[in-house]
Design a protein around this ligand. Sequence first.
Ligand code: FES
Length: 185
Amino acid sequence: MEQENKIREAGGNQNVLVVNRRSFFGALMAIGSAGMGAVLAVPVLRYVLYPLYAKAAGTEWSDVGKESEFADSKEPVRKTITFTQRDGWREVVSSQSVYVSRDESGQLAVLSAICPHLGCSVSWQAGNNKFVCPCHGGEFKSDGQHIFGPPPRAMDRLPAQLKEGKLQVHFEYFRSNVPNQEKIS
Ligand code: FES
């Protein structure tokens, strides 16, 4: 019988590995199988690990209220909305406050109540006709424009739409304390 791997002495004390044809093809197939396995593993790993590197994000439009509810409003109206976020493999239902206001052109605008400075909750002060943040005294106009204090930008305006007579919003989070709106989830 043919020997698989034979070590023979080649002069003096030197050992030489003799590899026959069968073991050579065996090794080649093993390397090929390992390569194929690695290639096939990549998409599977990407699928399995996707929730770990995917940003948590709202997955839906949230109802804010009927359009008619805001038709005659002269000042911002505070509403609480709920939405679903993905956190890894979990889905988390969150709620946040928003203000329905009007922009410069009179269109409905939905503003996040999260202060763009350090994240406190901004409140509307009807008597003073402005938003005020209780933490460091940031102030904003009714359309969200920054007018005073440390916040580096206006209140964050959220994507909104009118659908079947309802105002809907897509809630998003933005980086705090930077001059431009940078979406983080
Ligand atoms: S957190 Fe609103 S002014 Fe600082």
